[in-house]
Each structure stands twice: as C-alpha cells, then as structure tokens.
Design a binder for this molecule. Structure first.
Ligand SMILES: [Zn+2]
Length: 276
C-alpha cells in the first residue's frame, strides 16, 4: 500500500508492560499466508503479501492491531494451486498446520483483546484454519471473544465478479489468475513480470486426480486466465474486500441479506458491464 494513510498499528511494537492495557477490549488482525509458486509472472510471496495487505488495511479501518503474518501454509494441490509439480512451494502438512494454529490461537486467546480477525491468503489453508479454530473453541479458549476468520476471496460478492470478471472460473482456479495478478500490480508492481499466462481449461473444483498430466493442468503453474489484469482492478478489489470485511465485523452475523439472495438469482450482466 502507498503511504496515503498512517501505517497499521503493530501488536509486536508494544512492550510487555504496555500490552495488557493497550489491547484490552480491542481487535487483533492476523494474516495467514503461504510460500507457493505463482507461475512465471508473480513471486512466491503472493498469498502472503495479499493476506498482509488486506489485514493491514482492515486493521486501519477497525483501529485494530495487526500481528506479524504466518508465512508457511498448507501444501499446494494440483486442482487449486498447481501442486508440487512446480518449484518454489514451501509448506507443511495439514496435520502440522492444524496443530501449529491450534497452539498459536490458544496463546493468542490469552491476550485481553476481545476480537480476532484472521485473513487467509492461501486456498489450501482454509479447512485447517477452521479446524484449529473449532478445536480451540471447544476447549473454551475463545470464550468471551468474537472471531471472524475468512479467506479474502470469500468476501467478494458474486455481483462483483459477475460485473468485473464475466469469464470468472471460480476461486479454486483463480490461482495467479486475473485477481491475484491485479492485486499484485496494485500493491507490488515491481514484483510482477511482463508475462501473462493463459490456461483456457481451468480445473474443476472439489476433485482430486491421480495421475495428473502436468503439461495439461496449467500454463506454467497458472490454472486460468490473467487476461484483463490491471492495477486499477486490483485497487477496486482491495477496496471491495476491505469494505466487506469491515461490514462483516461490524454486523457480526455473516448472513446473506434478502438483497444478496435476489442478486444471486439475477442473470449475470453482459461482458464489459460495470458494477451495479
Ligand atoms: Zn495465491
């Protein structure tokens, strides 16, 4: 992010002596990322950089403290991240990640903050994050606290993708595609190369295949299309997700409204349409 506003407040800048008073009753925001191949045009840090950017912006909006990011995530899979056929993915297994997050969340739960917002940037982390949270909840370690944990794309409205991305393949296949490329062009343009890979046969969601044909599953690790990526689209998407996150936390319910349900039944606008 550019320095258009003050930096997010960092939890780890506090001293131990100031901590209790500073965070009592406040909100903590924790970005969870990964180190994963993102094709020939994006760095290994995409899932981490995006989780941090969303978390910092959400923390600014909520006047919250942001935690240092969790950098290593769950293994990449062929139908959602290209899998381990492409070099650069550094990961831990799901059982290790659950255990790690469980213990980290349990110790975070001892801080007197009353609200925890967790922003995930890596598709394959999500079930393990939710499992760890629910384990900790069952032990009573979240009593008296509110938790909002989500992958950033889960907050993108279908009306937004319908309007901005008419050929949207589904979030599992958006790995290093038009949205991540746009966000990186907005946030870290110096890390994006000129190449724009295209894979016109995105994988189906929710399917595990073995064997897979590595030549067929992607274009150099990219599962869908980067066509139309731009910094302007990235900025718009960042704003949309941050607004949705702030609404979610303020509202506290995480329900779809009657208007949302109506929007879902509406036919998608024609390509080139603008957001309603
Ligand atoms: Zn990614």
């Amino acid at each position: 992010m550019s320095g258009r506003r003050r930096a997010a407040r960092r939890l780890t800048d506090l001293t131990s002596t100031r901590l209790q008073d500073a965070v009592r009753g406040r909100t903590l925001v924790w970005p969870i990322g990964a180190i994963e191949q993102h094709g020939p045009h994006l760095p290994l840090s995409v899932d981490l950089d995006l989780a941090v950017a969303f978390a910092e912006e959400i923390a600014r909006e909520l006047d919250a403290f942001v935690l240092p990011a969790q950098t290593i995530g769950a293994r990449s899979l062929p139908q959602s991240g290209g899998g381990l056929f492409f070099p650069g993915t550094v990961y831990v297994g799901g059982d290790t990640l659950i255990r790690f997050l469980h213990e980290a969340l349990a110790s975070l739960g001892e801080l007197p903050a009353t609200r925890l917002v967790i922003v995930n940037g890596h598709y394959e982390n999500e079930p393990f994050l939710f499992e760890a949270l629910d384990q900790v909840r069952r032990l009573g370690l979240l009593d008296g606290k509110e938790v909002f944990a989500f992958s950033w794309w889960s907050l993108v409205r279908e009306t937004w993708t319908d309007a901005e991305l008419p050929a949207f393949p589904g979030w599992h296949a958006e790995h290093a595609g038009v949205t991540e490329t746009s966000l990186m062009l907005h946030l870290h343009p110096g890390l994006v190369t000129e190449e724009r890979p295209e894979h016109d046969a995105p994988p189906r969601a929710g399917v595990y295949l073995h064997p897979v044909d590595v030549e067929q599953i992607s274009d150099r690790g990219i599962l869908s299309s980067t066509a139309g990526a731009s910094a302007a689209l990235g900025e718009k998407l960042l704003r949309h997700v941050v607004d949705e996150a702030v609404n979610l936390v303020s509202d506290g319910k995480g329900l779809l409204s009657a208007q949302d349900r109506q929007d879902r039944r509406r036919p998608a606008p024609q390509p080139g349409g603008t957001q309603p």
